[in-house]
Write a protein that binds this ligand. Structure first.
Ligand code: FES
Length: 106
């Protein structure tokens, strides 16, 4: 089963608020890494845009913020390809992107 990631594309994530980010390229980069990418509307943590949620196998999803460039997107893809949450150790460079999920998130 492919690991999935949810990429926020709401009022802040994926918009011109981040003019130097290739938003379509980010999705393409994740898909090219073999991940199933779901697009979500605002996830209510706009202060951390762009937000990517990595879904694990039998563990809580990991919420990441500030995923704004090819390097951080590559770190997400690499970690998930290695097993992701619950299966592979998160790279230190990715840990600084971890954010708390909003209280109302499921
Ligand atoms: S637009 Fe992504 S958290 Fe609001």
């Amino acid at each position: 089963m492919k690991t999935s990631v949810t990429v926020c594309r709401g009022c802040c994530c994926g918009t011109e608020k981040h003019p130097t980010t290739d938003h379509d390229g980010q999705v393409a980069q994740l898909e090219a890494a073999g991940l199933r990418v779901r697009i979500a509307d605002c996830l209510d943590v706009c202060e951390h845009s762009n937000v990517v949620v990595v879904h694990g196998h039998g563990v809580r999803p990991v919420w990441l913020g500030g995923v704004l460039d090819a390097a951080s997107t590559s770190q997400v893809a690499g970690w998930v390809s290695a097993g992701g949450p619950g299966r592979a150790r998160m790279p230190e460079t990715l840990r600084r992107h971890v954010i708390s999920r909003p209280a109302k998130a499921k």
